[in-house]
Design a protein around this ligand. Sequence first.
Ligand code: ADP
Ligand code: MG
Length: 352
Amino acid sequence: MFLSDQPQQNFFGFRGSGARQSSSRRFFFSAALLLLSLALCLGGCRRQDPSAQISDIGFYFDTVVELRLNGTDDQSLIDECFDKMKEYEALLSRTREGSDVWRINHSAGEPVEVSDDTAALIALAQKYYELSDGAFDITVAPYLTIWDFPNNPGKVPAAASLAAARIHVGLPLLRLEGNTVTLDDPRASIDLGGIAKGYIADRLKEYLAGKGVTSGYINLGGNMLAIGTKPGGVPWNIGIRRPFGEASDTITTVKIDGLSVVTSGPYERYFEKDGTIYHHILNPTDGYPVQNGLSSVTILSRSSADGDALSTSCFVLGLERGMELIESLDGIEALFITDDEELHYSSGFPKE
Ligand code: ADP
Ligand code: MG
């Protein structure tokens, strides 16, 4: 095509004018363009192949994670994402010795310097603590230690131990000044499990977008963040799981373009005893698993960190207060599923 006399768009965005050049100059330019196009192809053509697609599965944050990228076959993008997940895990895990969160929880009330990511996540957690009227509270960690999900084989803790933990719970016990975190109660501790996956998904999407990826998705254990649409502008069709159903059993689906879909539900980590389901989403006021007639909350949002924090928040708030919160926020929609499998949609939810 570079030998054509027709003016055409070249790689630098201006129109060449081969037809008006002398034949020797034309030959020189044609040869140069051919070489240039070959060089560009070696370096980039494979990556720009619109029909290419790559995907991979890993295990991070105690869950299965999946990446899918369309329009590229550059495996190093996926490798880099997995490396980033490993780094985030080493930074944000509550149980990993030396992580930022571990250092905060073992600081005995002394100030701790944390990374920009940890500080940003804690600031976001503070925002959702305020917005949810304390329902979303990362200082529920003392209760989580007592419950010990997912290792707990089915033992309900003594009421007295949860009651004793209560005075060490409450986000005002934590101070964040720049990158310095101080727990005013040395026995307080934090857990970022209700928000970290969403935050990490947002960072991975930013990285991939910066590398020119325009289609794909990041699935961190059901925490789904789409990059654009499928090839050809077809929206992603995301299945929302039937609570307590098989992983493949979807109760409904939602079509999205570049959005995040995050679901919180007790069926992720729970045990059943004497007809009661004990699960990992806890009421900050008493340390018991939330029992309010909800079996899942799904949030649709642009940012997955927002979706993650809100799905946990709304699960704790319940149908009425949760829906009120969602309706007060711009650009956020929700689906609440109650124990009787009724579907309750927010007013702008793109229903089937
Ligand atoms: P999942 O991690 O299964 O995707 P969620 O996003 O709903 O589900 O987060 C649940 C996790 O959030 C719990 O495992 C725990 O780490 C943490 N958590 C539990 N209760 C609360 C709460 N009231 N506020 C903030 N975080 C919580
Ligand atoms: Mg969450």
